[in-house]
Design a protein around this ligand. Sequence first.
Ligand code: PMP
Length: 441
Amino acid sequence: MTTPDRRNARSHLFYQTDHPRPVLDRAEGIYMWDTDGNRFIDGSSGAMVCNIGHSNPHVLDAMRRQMDKSTFGYRLHFVTEASEALAAKTASLAWPGMDRVFFVSGGSEAVESAVKLARQYALAIGQASRWKVISRFPSYHGCTLGALAITGYDSLADPFLPMMQVMPKVPAPRAWLDGFNPDDPATGRYYADLLDQKIRAEGPDTVLAFILEPVGGASTGALVPPAGYMEAVREVCDRHGVLLIHDEVMSGGGRTGKFFGAQNWTAAPDILAVSKGFGAGYVPLGAMVARGDLVDAVLAKGGFAHGFTYAGNPLACATGLAVIEEIERQDMMANASSTGALLKAELTRLMDRFPFIGDVRGMGMLLAFELVADRDTKEPLPPALKAFDKLTEQAYSRGLIIYPRRSRGGYAGDHLLVAPPMITTPAQVGEIMDRLEPALA
Ligand code: PMP
């Protein structure tokens, strides 16, 4: 199979780069076809979005039913049955007390909403000195200037540094890179102590919140927190009166085996952001979910000064509800755990054959492997080698879509996310490996 180049000499459409890509025709389950009839396996669910697979009939039916009723009601004029029902369902999936839901249309919007709610809560309770949002390096929280200010990814942030109030960062808990045992609770405590030190250095009464991705996404490549980390972070935040925000934009929606990734541990956040798998590729949809008392305090002090025009769009909300119904009806989170474990074992097996695979990590259907020049020193491959581009191309030409990113903060460290839809079967894991292994070779 060849990768068709259907790009016009100069298309009107543009994205980050003008690299050629096929023209999508249709998609079903874990497969996508281009207009030349080539079939691809969606090995990364787009960008970890199409969690329930493409063209799910129950979801498409729900969308048609909602379209026959209404497709837009401005949030300040109407609520809808769909928006109320999805809010209630989402709250029921979150932690007790996190019972208020604010709809948005994407991940960056969800993160910005979380940060702005935190700030307005601090103002509401008379803590105006708190404004710093500590995040981790590397991390990805979105591309808008506010979300970028808390994103730890230099290649994306550097051009805009003069335009942003860049926020403090602490190291992401990359035990594999730093040479610690991820199963030892002392490791989680160590990284949480770095947060504690950072809060003290900044001045606790200036720190508003700490934001983390429970299971890392594009920036760290499916980084699973070391033992004890999530609980120790919660404890550090509580000690300093700092709000804890979970960015579940990628880890939410079920692919870690729980609806919210952090539910694999015990500590609850105060606010969370979700998107991607929430609309599952059917509609642009995201949400901020917050502790009810935070929202009540903000609303009591004159309201939440924030909002997006498409928020709570009834078509998006009816679709989001149908997505969750399908996840539950087909027990997809259980499949993400069991078939994900099989896929992870297959990826781990590749380490025997390919010495340049330095680490395989992740949980459920959010998996990644890291390419290194040397497995012992963990030195990254030289960027000039363009391993990232070559591997993507090799997989593409074999009909497999994967998701490469840079793991060392944007300029080096190739890793590949392997994150097919949660409906992937064990036989389809075989199909993925049949394409991935020769691509690596
Ligand atoms: N947070 C995380 C963890 C993400 O992975 C992403 C998208 N990759 C975002 C935020 C931003 O989401 P969006 O692209 O929908 O704005």
